[in-house]
Design a protein around this ligand. Structure first.
Ligand SMILES: O=C(O)CCC(=O)C(=O)O
Ligand SMILES: [Fe+2]
Length: 265
């Protein structure tokens, strides 16, 4: 099977724009399998928490740190993804955390403008040598609140972040200025497409007021040498146990284990 692999041309786009969208990173059977596992996963639903947006709409997510042999971890450990991150980070990646985002029809809330490094800076990571990898498990459109990015915003460095409702958001004055200058891109995705974006890329998403769920898996990676000076995130500086790309399709239908190290809210 020929799996997608990031090219140096795609790295050049990432360096210029702060993100790169790879269509069909997962084969249709692979994403179907992952989504089927995810929507039936009782452990995920029991470990999920929600975040309110400024309008009180709530979006659900489950977050865990170390990777195991569940289906989501096999994706996060797959050669095609880890090699891609290695190329974009210019070095060996470690896995910081993964999250299953469940933006449900009619109720899934918005995310305010932020940089992921706005959070991770507070977690003690000294350098923004970090990347988010978002794989759509269901189609992601303007209607169901797809991700929006400000093209090229990774070049501005870290912006101050403060609380905005229950979420941490980037300083609005800076965001407003950048909105005048930079292109706002709605990243519409088919299930199985993957977006790689820089930890300083400004992004947000609208609430899901449609009748279609928007589920996605986001794995965050860290350059292995970028050791946080505080906190306890062992996987963030450990070598990833990479698995063959075939394993996503060939493995048993395994949801996440109860004792995975979840973030408990
Ligand atoms: O997927 C989304 O709508 C945004 C989520 C996000 O940016 C995050 O979890 O950091
Ligand atoms: Fe984010």
């Amino acid at each position: 099977m020929d799996y997608k692999k990031l090219s140096t041309a795609e790295k050049a786009l990432f360096d210029r724009d702060g993100y790169v969208l790879i269509k069909g990173m997962l084969q249709p059977e692979e994403v179907k399998k992952l989504y089927t596992i995810a929507i039936q996963d009782q452990v995920i639903s029991s470990k999920s928490f929600d975040r309110g947006d400024a309008n009180g709409l709530r979006t659900k997510l489950a977050l865990w740190y170390s990777l195991g042999d569940d289906a989501y971890s096999l994706l996060a450990r797959s050669k095609r993804i880890v090699d891609g991150v290695n190329l974009l980070l210019d070095g060996e990646p470690a896995h910081f955390h993964s999250k299953l985002m469940q933006k449900e029809p009619k109720v899934g809330g918005a995310w305010e403008w932020h940089q992921d490094y706005g959070y991770w800076y507070r977690d003690g990571f000294l350098y923004p040598q970090m990347i988010s990898v978002l794989t759509a498990l269901s189609p992601s459109t303007k209607e169901n609140g797809c991700l929006q990015v400000l093209k090229g915003s990774h070049l501005v460095g870290r912006i101050e972040h403060g609380f905005s409702g229950e979420q941490v958001g980037a300083n609005q004055e800076r965001v407003d200025e950048l909105l005048k200058e930079l292109e706002l891109v709605y990243v519409e995705m088919e299930a199985g497409d993957t977006l790689f974006f820089h930890s300083n890329t400004l992004h947000r998403s609208d609430a899901n007021l449609s009748d279609k769920p928007r589920w996605s898996l986001i794995s965050a990676y860290n350059l292995i040498t970028n050791k946080p000076y505080k906190g306890n995130y062992p996987s963030a500086t450990e070598t990833i146990n990479i698995v063959d790309d075939e394993l996503i399709a060939q493995s048993a239908n395994k949801g996440i284990q109860e004792d995975a190290n979840f973030l408990i809210k």
